[in-house]
Write a protein that binds this ligand. Structure first.
Ligand code: PEP
Length: 247
């Protein structure tokens, strides 16, 4: 059976002191989980987190990556640079990047491609806004976002992780219900199946106010293969409860 993946997204949170306390608490409680675990940390803390997580079951991720290989792109970080810190995952196309940094479907797809070509697994985020859901456009939006990634990445699509993150559920405390999430995951799975004979092995994560209380019901859905966790990944006990629910 496919192992689930629980990935924390710290967003722009943390400090050297706070990260150390958080990771040490996670390491003390994580044991040998029955799922995969990762934390996606701010880039400036990769070296610190790499050292703290060395030899552990918790893998390291970043929150964004450049679509370029190298060169005059001030402020950007290439996948090769990330890879030097033993990175396994990078989030691409988070709704906060799409919304505040104008990232397009095509740019997100190019970032996923660049990560894959460097041996880093992109966690590609898709999701609709509240207005799009209320207008009945949820399926169209997530399919359009995923189609760009499929188009650019061809047969490599089976190497990505996809995270369905309804924008209205992120950081709001208002999670999608398990049924709402499963419904969209089934749509994404069907789209991936049409694109790849290996679609069944692609992990489809749910993200959006997943927490210690609702993780079990979300993670028990047929097409939900794990979670991308924001707020609840900043509290060791909550994150560990979610890991236990996925194990
Ligand atoms: C996220 O930022 O990816 C996320 C899911 O956040 P939260 O869990 O806080 O809603």
């Amino acid at each position: 059976m496919k192992k689930k993946l629980i990935a924390g997204n710290w967003k722009m949170n943390g400090s050297l002191a706070v990260n150390e306390v958080l990771l040490k608490a996670m390491l003390a409680g994580v044991g040998r989980p029955g799922c995969q675990v990762a934390v996606c940390v701010p880039a400036v803390y990769l070296a610190q987190c790499q050292a703290l997580l060395a030899g552990s079951v918790i893998e390291l991720g970043a929150q964004d990556v450049s679509s370029h290989e190298s060169g005059a792109y001030t402020g950007e970080i290439s996948p090769a640079m990330l890879k030097e810190f033993g990175l396994r995952y990078v989030i691409v196309g988070h709704s906060e990047r799409r919304q505040y940094h104008g990232e397009t479907d095509e740019l997100v797809a190019a970032k996923a491609q660049r990560a894959l070509s460097t041996g880093i697994t992109p966690i590609v985020c898709v999701g609709e806004t509240l207005a799009e859901r209320e207008a009945g456009h949820t399926e169209d939006v997530v399919k359009r976002q995923l189609a760009a990634v499929i188009h650019t990445n061809g047969h490599c699509i089976s190497e990505v992780v996809v995270a369905y993150e309804p924008v209205w559920a992120i950081g709001t405390g208002l999670s999608a219900t398990a049924e709402q999430a499963q419904q969209v995951h089934a749509v994404l799975r069907a789209q991936l199946k049409a694109a790849s004979p290996n679609a069944d092995r692609i992990k489809l994560l749910y993200g959006g106010s997943m927490n210690a209380a609702n993780a079990q019901s979300l993670l028990s859905q047929a097409d939900i293969d794990g979670g991308l966790i924001g707020g609840a990944s900043l509290k060791a006990s909550d994150f560990l409860t979610i890991i236990a629910a996925a194990s």
